[in-house]
Design a protein around this ligand. Structure first.
Ligand code: SAM
Length: 312
């Protein structure tokens, strides 16, 4: 929590980002991916999609000018925000820092140790203490932040994230969909996913060049890797999806020995002509199991320990 709680703190009303920027004599910084939400309707839709209860622990990444932060505090949640731009963190402290429910952290969400920040060093929290994440992510590091959050099912219950529309489509793409890639398979193994909201450029100040979408992801307690080490399956996924226009066989043969690729495909019953976008989770796990049994961990660049099944 902030050190400067104001016992008399009263939550201010919404303020348009252009008005806030003028008031604090600032401008949007492109290098921090700053496109501020100007639509209270979209903000309300995001908070609704998160389905929060009073007192629930919430993390907001990149609070910026605080439009969503304000709406989250109005929902009476126990809120931690992580902002990279020191100036904006300072302005947020001035505007909302008096709230006893808000903790403002200056830092890089792409490099946070979430267990240290939110779990007191623990990577596994009791179900009712798990943290919901709500964020309008900076698009330049959106994927890095998303994959980092999904790697912590012991800490996070669900994520409601604004992403660039194309990235959001990749996250939810099922087998056979043209936009399916390694990110789709990674996310599919870790969370139930749905598009909650589509958001046009005009909802932001300044308006980005791209359309956006809000996703809701509900994390599974553990990745769906059928007892295989997540690091092994993640590596095999990357290799199998490395060249989206080629066959899975070509992807595997380029990274490993062609004979090893053929043996793994046969053992996993994956047709050699299959394209990466056709692979479902069962096939990816089967390929991983086959490659492990064929002793390919080293060829995949994995230390034996990383390929060993996770305990429990
Ligand atoms: N939440 C605000 C809103 O919706 O109006 C701002 C969203 S803006 C798209 C992204 C925010 O993330 C900016 O405030 C930016 O400074 C911040 N940011 C950029 N990179 C970050 C990082 N690596 N870690 C934490 N915050 C970051």
């Amino acid at each position: 929590m902030s050190d400067e709680h104001d016992p008399q703190f009263e939550l201010p009303g919404p303020v348009h980002p252009s008005v806030r920027l003028r008031a604090i004599d600032a401008h949007a910084r492109r290098r921090f991916g700053q496109n501020f939400l100007a639509s209270e309707g979209v903000i309300a839709g995001i908070v609704r999609a998160a389905g929060l209860r009073p007192g629930q622990r919430v993390l907001e990444i990149g609070p910026g000018l605080g439009a969503m932060t304000r709406a989250l505090l109005a929902a009476d949640v126990d809120l931690t925000v992580v902002e990279l731009d020191r100036d904006l963190a300072g302005h947020l402290r001035d505007w909302l820092g008096g709230s006893p429910r808000l903790r403002i952290v200056e830092g890089d969400a792409a490099r946070q140790d979430w267990a240290a920040l939110l779990g007191g060093g623990r990577a596994q929290l009791p179900a009712d203490e798990k943290v919901a994440v709500v964020a309008n992510l900076p698009y330049n590091v959106g994927t890095t932040i998303l994959t980092g959050l999904l790697a912590q099912p012991g800490l996070f219950s669900h994520l409601v994230l604004m992403l660039q529309k194309e990235v959001a489509e990749r996250v939810v793409a099922p087998p056979g969909d043209r936009s399916r890639g390694s990110l789709s398979a990674y996310c599919e193994a870790r969370a139930a996913r749905r598009v909650a909201l589509k958001v046009p450029p005009g909802a932001f100040v300044p308006a980005p060049k791209v359309h956006s979408a809000v996703l809701r992801l509900d994390l599974y307690p553990a990745p769906l890797t059928e007892g295989l080490a997540p690091a092994l399956v993640e590596r095999v996924t990357r290799v199998a999806f490395a060249q989206p226009r080629k066959t899975v066989r070509r992807c595997l043969a380029d990274a490993l020995e062609p004979a090893l690729a053929d043996a793994a495909l046969a053992a996993a019953a994956v047709p050699p002509a299959a394209r990466p976008a056709d692979l479902d989770l069962g096939q990816i796990n089967a390929l991983s199991r086959a490659l492990e049994a064929l002793g390919a961990a080293e060829a995949l660049g994995l230390a034996a320990a990383a390929a060993a099944p996770a305990e429990g």
